[in-house]
Design a protein around this ligand. Structure first.
Ligand code: ADP
Ligand code: ZN
Length: 218
């Protein structure tokens, strides 16, 4: 099964993707995580990407598409995957179609996570992530047992450099302009599955699972 998960930055798509990937045994491909890994390792790709990410802008399509194409060639993708954070532009969606067509593959469903802007702003600016293992916490809603320390690995929890209110605002604008049109692009194929994440992620994930079942995906 090949899935895409779409939603505004901070809508909770990463959390939903983690549950869905476990349930259906999929590889989880997060372009944000791939970029952050490259930034940490100070690769050429990471250094280029950082300047865009810190402004709340998108990393250029050619760089992003090459990175994803490369990742999809890994063995763990053979039995299916969930793409989290890609495609984010119409050009990326078209490039993905072309890539899949080469092997006669297609995307089975596109999960759309819906969350209101004011809820996103509140959740993202209070989010903390573990520097070491990437686990996510929230000082208001899901604090770690000891402030600043990861429950999972004992690493340090920090604010992501792009989680300040100004950059979050930019990321929301970028989403509306570049990524939201993809909902119509995939809706035309009848493969959109919705989950509303305004209340909690359990409710959101339940409706995603029901939606996938309606498309006979399991
Ligand atoms: P969020 O969805 O919460 O904004 P991500 O971790 O998915 O966070 O992405 C962080 C940043 O990485 C984005 O704001 C953007 O700058 C960059 N990025 C991630 N995926 C893409 C993509 N497909 N195309 C271009 N830039 C991307
Ligand atoms: Zn950790």
């Amino acid at each position: 099964m090949k899935l895409i998960i779409l939603g505004a930055p901070g809508s909770g798509k990463g959390t939903a993707a983690t549950v869905i990937r476990e349930k259906y045994s999929l590889a989880h491909i997060s372009t944000g995580d791939l970029f952050r890994y490259n930034i940490k390792e100070q690769t050429k790709l990471g250094i280029e990407a950082k300047s865009y990410i810190d402004r709340g802008a998108l990393v250029p399509d050619d760089v992003t598409i090459r990175m994803v194409a490369d990742r999809l060639g890994n063995d763990d993708c053979k039995s299916g995957y969930i793409l989290d954070g890609f495609p984010r532009t119409t050009a990326q969606a078209k490039a993905l179609d072309e890539l899949l067509a080469k092997t006669g593959d297609k995307i089975d469903a596109v999960i759309h996570v819906i969350t209101d802007d004011d809820i996103i702003m509140d959740r993202v600016t209070t989010r903390r992530v573990c520097e070491k293992c990437g686990a996510s916490f929230n000082v208001k809603y899901m604090p770690s047992k000891v402030e600043g320390v990861c429950d999972v690995c004992g690493g340090k929890t920090v604010m992501r450099s792009d989680d300040n209110p100004e950059t979050v605002g930019k990321r929301l604008e970028t989403y509306k302009e570049n990524t939201r049109p993809l909902i119509d692009f995939y809706n035309a194929r009848g493969i959109i599955v919705e989950g509303n994440n305004n209340v909690d992620s359990a409710t959101c994930i339940k409706s995603i699972e029901d939606g996938l079942a309606r498309l006979n995906l399991n």
